[in-house]
Design a protein around this ligand. Structure first.
Ligand code: THU
Length: 132
């Protein structure tokens, strides 16, 4: 059973989105995930003048998890500025898939209105995924 509520994870993502470095897109993304042992890791997007070097918020949360020695995501939240619902990009779906089961809940919401969050599973976002 996850220890955190969706709202707690979404709030953590909102706080982390405030640290996003997004001077080019102005699109501030925050993500927070819970691991199997109840730890929470968060990340924000970090852009670069060489645009292709940009890293998404979700992947930065996952990389923080790996650096701390954890490997199993049990739930993950993603928020972003404005009215856009920040469904994770294809690359992030594949990276989440490396460390989560298909039934892992993914919560997405505009940062300004997390009460309107949507829940979906990783398997819905990435059916028939590639995984060894
Ligand atoms: N971005 C994320 O952080 N996560 C996604 O899943 C999609 C896009 C970021 C990358 C870039 O800094 C900005 O949003 C606009 O693409």
């Amino acid at each position: 059973m996850p220890a955190k509520t969706p709202t707690e994870l979404l709030r953590c993502a909102v706080e982390t989105a405030k640290n996003a470095y997004a001077p080019y897109s102005k699109f501030h993304v925050g993500s927070a995930l819970e691991t199997a042992d109840g730890h929470v890791f968060s990340g924000c997007n970090v852009e670069n003048a060489s645009y292709g070097l940009t890293i998404c918020g979700e992947r930065n949360a996952i990389f923080a998890m790996i650096a701390a020695g954890q490997k199993q995501i049990v739930q993950i939240a993603i928020v972003a500025d404005g009215d856009v619902v920040p469904y994770p990009c294809g690359a992030c779906r594949q990276v989440i898939n490396e460390f989560a089961d298909p039934d892992c809940p993914v919560y997405v919401a505009p940062a300004q209105n997390i009460d309107s969050y949507e829940t979906m599973t990783l398997g819905e976002l990435l059916p028939k995924s590639f995984k060894f």
